[in-house]
Ligand binder design. Structure first.
Ligand SMILES: NC(=O)N[C@@H](CC(=O)O)C(=O)O
Ligand SMILES: [Zn+2]
Ligand SMILES: [Zn+2]
Length: 349
Protein backbone atom coordinates (compact mmCIF):
# COMPACT_ATOMS: atom_id res chain seq x y z
CA UNK A 1 0.00 0.00 0.00
CA UNK A 2 1.39 3.38 -1.02
CA UNK A 3 1.21 6.19 1.46
CA UNK A 4 2.21 9.80 1.75
CA UNK A 5 2.40 12.27 4.62
CA UNK A 6 2.35 15.95 3.69
CA UNK A 7 1.88 19.28 5.43
CA UNK A 8 -1.79 20.08 5.79
CA UNK A 9 -3.05 21.70 2.57
CA UNK A 10 -4.98 24.95 2.17
CA UNK A 11 -7.74 25.71 -0.30
CA UNK A 12 -7.01 29.03 -1.98
CA UNK A 13 -10.43 29.30 -3.71
CA UNK A 14 -13.57 28.04 -2.03
CA UNK A 15 -17.31 28.75 -1.97
CA UNK A 16 -18.77 28.04 1.45
CA UNK A 17 -22.23 29.50 0.74
CA UNK A 18 -24.50 30.44 3.66
CA UNK A 19 -27.15 29.13 6.04
CA UNK A 20 -28.03 25.50 5.93
CA UNK A 21 -25.73 24.68 3.02
CA UNK A 22 -22.75 26.21 4.83
CA UNK A 23 -23.56 24.18 7.95
CA UNK A 24 -23.74 20.96 5.97
CA UNK A 25 -20.66 21.33 3.80
CA UNK A 26 -18.02 23.12 5.84
CA UNK A 27 -16.75 19.92 7.43
CA UNK A 28 -15.49 18.63 4.12
CA UNK A 29 -13.01 21.49 4.01
CA UNK A 30 -12.31 22.07 7.70
CA UNK A 31 -11.37 18.41 8.26
CA UNK A 32 -8.28 18.36 6.10
CA UNK A 33 -7.49 21.93 5.07
CA UNK A 34 -5.74 24.41 7.36
CA UNK A 35 -7.04 27.56 5.71
CA UNK A 36 -9.26 28.53 2.81
CA UNK A 37 -9.85 31.72 0.89
CA UNK A 38 -13.61 32.13 1.08
CA UNK A 39 -15.25 33.60 -2.00
CA UNK A 40 -17.54 36.60 -1.43
CA UNK A 41 -20.22 35.80 -4.06
CA UNK A 42 -22.91 34.99 -1.54
CA UNK A 43 -26.49 35.87 -2.50
CA UNK A 44 -25.97 39.21 -0.84
CA UNK A 45 -22.31 39.69 -1.79
CA UNK A 46 -19.64 40.57 0.76
CA UNK A 47 -19.00 44.18 -0.20
CA UNK A 48 -18.29 45.77 3.19
CA UNK A 49 -16.44 45.25 6.46
CA UNK A 50 -19.72 44.77 8.29
CA UNK A 51 -20.99 42.06 5.96
CA UNK A 52 -17.63 40.35 6.03
CA UNK A 53 -17.46 40.19 9.82
CA UNK A 54 -20.97 38.84 10.03
CA UNK A 55 -20.24 36.21 7.33
CA UNK A 56 -17.04 35.17 9.07
CA UNK A 57 -18.92 34.78 12.36
CA UNK A 58 -21.46 32.53 10.69
CA UNK A 59 -18.61 30.40 9.36
CA UNK A 60 -17.16 30.05 12.85
CA UNK A 61 -20.60 29.11 14.17
CA UNK A 62 -20.85 26.37 11.58
CA UNK A 63 -17.49 24.88 12.58
CA UNK A 64 -17.13 22.24 15.24
CA UNK A 65 -15.83 23.54 18.57
CA UNK A 66 -12.34 22.13 18.39
CA UNK A 67 -11.70 23.15 14.78
CA UNK A 68 -8.50 25.02 13.96
CA UNK A 69 -9.66 25.84 10.42
CA UNK A 70 -9.01 29.43 9.40
CA UNK A 71 -11.26 31.17 6.85
CA UNK A 72 -9.50 33.95 4.92
CA UNK A 73 -12.11 36.46 3.83
CA UNK A 74 -12.43 38.49 0.64
CA UNK A 75 -14.20 41.65 -0.43
CA UNK A 76 -16.35 41.53 -3.55
CA UNK A 77 -15.34 44.44 -5.77
CA UNK A 78 -18.02 46.49 -7.48
CA UNK A 79 -17.99 49.75 -9.42
CA UNK A 80 -18.98 51.38 -6.14
CA UNK A 81 -16.28 49.90 -3.87
CA UNK A 82 -15.15 52.57 -1.45
CA UNK A 83 -11.40 52.87 -1.19
CA UNK A 84 -11.46 53.72 2.49
CA UNK A 85 -13.56 50.62 3.31
CA UNK A 86 -11.17 48.35 1.44
CA UNK A 87 -8.07 49.87 3.05
CA UNK A 88 -9.52 49.77 6.58
CA UNK A 89 -10.71 46.20 6.08
CA UNK A 90 -7.31 45.08 4.88
CA UNK A 91 -5.35 46.91 7.56
CA UNK A 92 -7.60 45.45 10.26
CA UNK A 93 -7.25 41.95 8.80
CA UNK A 94 -10.95 41.64 7.99
CA UNK A 95 -10.19 41.21 4.29
CA UNK A 96 -7.35 38.99 3.21
CA UNK A 97 -7.79 39.79 -0.48
CA UNK A 98 -10.16 41.41 -2.99
CA UNK A 99 -12.11 39.48 -5.60
CA UNK A 100 -12.84 40.78 -9.06
CA UNK A 101 -15.83 39.34 -10.89
CA UNK A 102 -16.55 40.96 -14.22
CA UNK A 103 -20.31 41.71 -13.99
CA UNK A 104 -22.37 38.64 -14.97
CA UNK A 105 -19.36 36.43 -15.64
CA UNK A 106 -20.48 33.69 -13.23
CA UNK A 107 -22.74 32.66 -10.32
CA UNK A 108 -23.87 35.67 -8.23
CA UNK A 109 -21.73 38.15 -10.12
CA UNK A 110 -24.37 40.56 -11.34
CA UNK A 111 -23.09 43.19 -8.91
CA UNK A 112 -19.57 42.68 -10.25
CA UNK A 113 -17.36 45.14 -12.04
CA UNK A 114 -18.73 46.66 -15.25
CA UNK A 115 -15.59 48.43 -16.35
CA UNK A 116 -12.27 47.38 -14.90
CA UNK A 117 -10.72 50.81 -15.51
CA UNK A 118 -13.21 52.22 -12.98
CA UNK A 119 -11.24 50.40 -10.30
CA UNK A 120 -7.77 51.61 -11.19
CA UNK A 121 -7.66 53.85 -8.13
CA UNK A 122 -8.45 50.83 -5.96
CA UNK A 123 -5.74 48.75 -7.65
CA UNK A 124 -3.24 51.55 -7.05
CA UNK A 125 -3.80 51.38 -3.30
CA UNK A 126 -3.89 47.56 -3.30
CA UNK A 127 -0.51 47.55 -4.99
CA UNK A 128 0.89 49.82 -2.28
CA UNK A 129 -0.66 47.74 0.52
CA UNK A 130 0.41 44.40 -0.97
CA UNK A 131 -3.24 43.31 -0.96
CA UNK A 132 -3.83 40.38 -3.34
CA UNK A 133 -6.26 40.72 -6.25
CA UNK A 134 -8.06 37.50 -7.16
CA UNK A 135 -9.60 37.44 -10.61
CA UNK A 136 -12.34 35.49 -12.32
CA UNK A 137 -10.72 35.93 -15.71
CA UNK A 138 -13.41 35.85 -18.35
CA UNK A 139 -14.86 38.57 -20.54
CA UNK A 140 -18.64 38.76 -20.55
CA UNK A 141 -19.22 40.12 -24.05
CA UNK A 142 -21.93 37.82 -25.43
CA UNK A 143 -20.33 38.10 -28.86
CA UNK A 144 -17.19 36.34 -27.62
CA UNK A 145 -17.40 32.57 -27.88
CA UNK A 146 -17.73 31.06 -24.39
CA UNK A 147 -14.69 28.83 -24.99
CA UNK A 148 -12.54 31.89 -25.81
CA UNK A 149 -13.52 34.11 -22.90
CA UNK A 150 -10.47 33.40 -20.75
CA UNK A 151 -7.98 34.09 -23.54
CA UNK A 152 -9.77 37.26 -24.59
CA UNK A 153 -9.82 38.42 -20.95
CA UNK A 154 -6.08 37.89 -20.69
CA UNK A 155 -5.41 39.93 -23.83
CA UNK A 156 -7.95 42.69 -23.39
CA UNK A 157 -8.15 43.16 -19.62
CA UNK A 158 -5.35 41.43 -17.75
CA UNK A 159 -2.42 42.49 -19.93
CA UNK A 160 -3.20 46.21 -19.67
CA UNK A 161 -3.87 45.78 -15.95
CA UNK A 162 -0.47 44.29 -15.18
CA UNK A 163 1.24 46.84 -17.38
CA UNK A 164 -0.35 49.56 -15.33
CA UNK A 165 0.26 47.85 -11.98
CA UNK A 166 3.37 45.70 -12.32
CA UNK A 167 3.76 45.18 -8.56
CA UNK A 168 0.14 44.25 -7.85
CA UNK A 169 -0.11 40.72 -6.44
CA UNK A 170 -2.52 38.93 -8.77
CA UNK A 171 -3.98 35.43 -8.82
CA UNK A 172 -5.74 34.27 -11.94
CA UNK A 173 -8.33 31.91 -10.52
CA UNK A 174 -9.37 28.49 -11.82
CA UNK A 175 -7.34 28.65 -15.02
CA UNK A 176 -8.56 26.48 -17.87
CA UNK A 177 -6.29 27.05 -20.86
CA UNK A 178 -2.69 26.47 -21.92
CA UNK A 179 -2.73 30.17 -22.82
CA UNK A 180 -3.33 31.04 -19.17
CA UNK A 181 -0.67 28.57 -18.01
CA UNK A 182 1.92 30.36 -20.18
CA UNK A 183 0.73 33.84 -19.32
CA UNK A 184 0.85 33.24 -15.56
CA UNK A 185 4.42 32.00 -15.74
CA UNK A 186 5.66 34.75 -18.02
CA UNK A 187 4.19 37.48 -15.84
CA UNK A 188 4.87 36.19 -12.32
CA UNK A 189 1.24 35.85 -11.36
CA UNK A 190 -0.20 33.10 -9.19
CA UNK A 191 -2.86 30.69 -10.45
CA UNK A 192 -5.24 28.23 -8.87
CA UNK A 193 -6.17 25.02 -10.68
CA UNK A 194 -9.30 23.04 -9.82
CA UNK A 195 -9.52 19.24 -9.65
CA UNK A 196 -12.26 19.14 -12.26
CA UNK A 197 -10.30 21.03 -14.90
CA UNK A 198 -7.57 18.42 -14.50
CA UNK A 199 -10.03 15.56 -15.09
CA UNK A 200 -12.56 16.69 -17.65
CA UNK A 201 -12.52 18.38 -21.02
CA UNK A 202 -15.51 19.99 -22.68
CA UNK A 203 -16.89 16.66 -23.90
CA UNK A 204 -17.96 15.90 -20.33
CA UNK A 205 -20.76 18.43 -20.52
CA UNK A 206 -22.35 16.42 -23.32
CA UNK A 207 -21.76 12.98 -21.85
CA UNK A 208 -25.01 10.99 -22.00
CA UNK A 209 -26.95 14.08 -23.15
CA UNK A 210 -26.66 17.60 -21.85
CA UNK A 211 -24.98 17.09 -18.48
CA UNK A 212 -25.00 19.98 -16.02
CA UNK A 213 -22.95 17.98 -13.48
CA UNK A 214 -19.86 19.05 -15.37
CA UNK A 215 -20.89 22.61 -16.07
CA UNK A 216 -18.83 25.20 -14.29
CA UNK A 217 -17.28 28.52 -15.20
CA UNK A 218 -14.91 28.97 -16.83
CA UNK A 219 -16.17 25.96 -18.81
CA UNK A 220 -13.80 23.07 -19.36
CA UNK A 221 -11.97 23.45 -22.67
CA UNK A 222 -10.42 21.16 -25.29
CA UNK A 223 -8.21 18.22 -24.34
CA UNK A 224 -4.92 19.99 -25.18
CA UNK A 225 -5.75 22.53 -22.46
CA UNK A 226 -6.46 19.84 -19.90
CA UNK A 227 -3.08 18.29 -20.69
CA UNK A 228 -1.35 21.66 -20.22
CA UNK A 229 -3.10 22.17 -16.87
CA UNK A 230 -2.01 18.73 -15.68
CA UNK A 231 1.59 19.52 -16.63
CA UNK A 232 1.41 22.85 -14.81
CA UNK A 233 -0.14 21.49 -11.60
CA UNK A 234 2.24 18.55 -11.36
CA UNK A 235 5.33 20.57 -12.32
CA UNK A 236 5.86 21.75 -8.75
CA UNK A 237 6.31 25.30 -10.10
CA UNK A 238 5.69 27.88 -7.40
CA UNK A 239 3.04 29.87 -9.24
CA UNK A 240 0.52 27.00 -9.34
CA UNK A 241 -1.43 25.95 -6.27
CA UNK A 242 -4.67 24.35 -5.06
CA UNK A 243 -7.91 26.22 -5.40
CA UNK A 244 -10.72 23.71 -5.54
CA UNK A 245 -13.41 26.20 -6.58
CA UNK A 246 -15.76 23.80 -4.82
CA UNK A 247 -19.12 25.40 -5.63
CA UNK A 248 -22.14 23.52 -4.28
CA UNK A 249 -25.57 23.96 -5.84
CA UNK A 250 -28.57 22.04 -4.55
CA UNK A 251 -29.54 19.26 -6.92
CA UNK A 252 -32.99 20.66 -7.57
CA UNK A 253 -31.47 23.93 -8.80
CA UNK A 254 -28.54 22.46 -10.65
CA UNK A 255 -30.67 20.02 -12.60
CA UNK A 256 -33.36 22.61 -13.23
CA UNK A 257 -31.45 25.75 -14.20
CA UNK A 258 -28.01 24.29 -14.87
CA UNK A 259 -26.22 26.63 -12.46
CA UNK A 260 -22.46 26.80 -12.99
CA UNK A 261 -20.33 25.16 -10.32
CA UNK A 262 -18.99 21.77 -9.29
CA UNK A 263 -19.00 20.62 -5.66
CA UNK A 264 -15.72 18.88 -5.05
CA UNK A 265 -14.69 19.52 -1.44
CA UNK A 266 -15.63 15.98 -0.26
CA UNK A 267 -13.15 14.51 -2.77
CA UNK A 268 -10.79 17.30 -3.67
CA UNK A 269 -7.58 15.89 -2.20
CA UNK A 270 -8.27 12.40 -3.53
CA UNK A 271 -9.19 13.83 -6.92
CA UNK A 272 -5.93 15.78 -7.21
CA UNK A 273 -3.98 12.73 -6.01
CA UNK A 274 -5.40 10.65 -8.83
CA UNK A 275 -4.00 13.16 -11.30
CA UNK A 276 -0.59 13.34 -9.63
CA UNK A 277 -0.39 9.55 -9.57
CA UNK A 278 -1.34 9.25 -13.22
CA UNK A 279 1.30 11.83 -14.09
CA UNK A 280 3.94 10.02 -11.97
CA UNK A 281 4.30 13.13 -9.88
CA UNK A 282 3.22 12.14 -6.37
CA UNK A 283 6.49 13.65 -5.15
CA UNK A 284 5.30 17.09 -6.35
CA UNK A 285 1.92 16.92 -4.64
CA UNK A 286 2.96 18.60 -1.40
CA UNK A 287 4.26 21.64 -3.29
CA UNK A 288 0.99 22.12 -5.15
CA UNK A 289 -1.22 21.33 -2.15
CA UNK A 290 0.60 22.78 0.83
CA UNK A 291 3.74 24.78 0.03
CA UNK A 292 3.31 26.95 -3.06
CA UNK A 293 0.20 28.73 -1.78
CA UNK A 294 1.61 29.85 1.59
CA UNK A 295 4.78 30.82 -0.19
CA UNK A 296 2.89 33.01 -2.66
CA UNK A 297 0.78 34.63 0.06
CA UNK A 298 3.70 34.99 2.54
CA UNK A 299 2.01 32.82 5.14
CA UNK A 300 3.53 30.07 7.29
CA UNK A 301 3.17 26.47 6.17
CA UNK A 302 0.65 24.57 8.32
CA UNK A 303 2.17 22.74 11.30
CA UNK A 304 -0.11 19.74 11.15
CA UNK A 305 0.24 17.04 8.53
CA UNK A 306 -2.21 14.76 6.79
CA UNK A 307 -1.69 11.11 5.94
CA UNK A 308 -2.79 9.84 2.54
CA UNK A 309 -3.03 6.17 1.64
CA UNK A 310 -3.83 4.40 -1.60
CA UNK A 311 -6.93 2.48 -0.64
CA UNK A 312 -10.24 1.99 -2.39
CA UNK A 313 -12.58 4.91 -1.75
CA UNK A 314 -16.17 4.79 -2.96
CA UNK A 315 -17.59 8.28 -3.40
CA UNK A 316 -21.31 8.63 -2.60
CA UNK A 317 -23.66 9.66 -5.43
CA UNK A 318 -25.03 12.51 -3.35
CA UNK A 319 -24.29 14.43 -0.17
CA UNK A 320 -27.41 15.09 1.84
CA UNK A 321 -28.28 18.51 3.19
CA UNK A 322 -29.89 18.07 6.59
CA UNK A 323 -31.92 20.57 8.59
CA UNK A 324 -33.39 19.64 11.97
CA UNK A 325 -32.86 15.93 11.26
CA UNK A 326 -34.67 16.13 7.93
CA UNK A 327 -33.12 15.78 4.51
CA UNK A 328 -33.94 19.02 2.72
CA UNK A 329 -31.76 18.66 -0.33
CA UNK A 330 -28.93 16.85 -2.06
CA UNK A 331 -25.74 17.96 -3.70
CA UNK A 332 -23.88 15.87 -6.24
CA UNK A 333 -20.17 15.70 -5.44
CA UNK A 334 -17.55 15.50 -8.17
CA UNK A 335 -16.69 11.81 -8.81
CA UNK A 336 -20.04 10.85 -7.21
CA UNK A 337 -20.58 7.10 -7.67
CA UNK A 338 -16.96 6.44 -8.70
CA UNK A 339 -14.40 4.50 -6.72
CA UNK A 340 -11.19 6.46 -6.26
CA UNK A 341 -7.93 4.86 -5.19
CA UNK A 342 -6.71 7.32 -2.56
CA UNK A 343 -8.13 8.31 0.75
CA UNK A 344 -7.20 10.83 3.44
CA UNK A 345 -6.45 8.69 6.46
CA UNK A 346 -6.30 11.48 9.01
CA UNK A 347 -4.50 14.44 10.48
CA UNK A 348 -1.14 13.92 12.14
CA UNK A 349 -0.46 16.43 14.92
N1 LIG B 1 -17.05 28.18 -10.75
C1 LIG B 1 -18.35 28.17 -10.93
O1 LIG B 1 -18.82 27.61 -11.92
N2 LIG B 1 -19.20 28.72 -10.04
C2 LIG B 1 -18.89 29.48 -8.89
C3 LIG B 1 -18.46 30.87 -9.20
C4 LIG B 1 -17.06 31.00 -9.78
O2 LIG B 1 -16.08 30.65 -9.16
O3 LIG B 1 -16.92 31.50 -10.91
C5 LIG B 1 -20.10 29.50 -7.95
O4 LIG B 1 -20.11 30.31 -7.04
O5 LIG B 1 -21.02 28.69 -8.15
ZN1 LIG C 1 -14.96 32.19 -10.80
ZN1 LIG D 1 -15.18 30.01 -7.66
Amino acid sequence: MKELTISKPDDWHLHLREGIVLKNIIRFTSQYFGRAIVMPNTKNPITSIEKCISYKNSIFEALSNNSTFEPLMTIYLTDETIKHELVEGFKNKVFFAAKLYPANATTNSRHGVKKIENLYEIFEVMQELGMPLLIHGEVTDPEVDIFDREEVFIDKELSPLIQQFPRLKIVLEHITTSYAVDFVQRNNLGATITPHHLHINRNAMFFGGLNSDFYCLPVAKRENNRIALRKAATSGKECFFIGTDSAPHLRQWKAFCGCAGIFNSPVAIESYLKVFEEENALNQFEKFASLNGPNFYNLPINNEKIRLVSRSNKIPEFIEVIEQNKVVGQIKPFHGGETLTWRVEGVVK
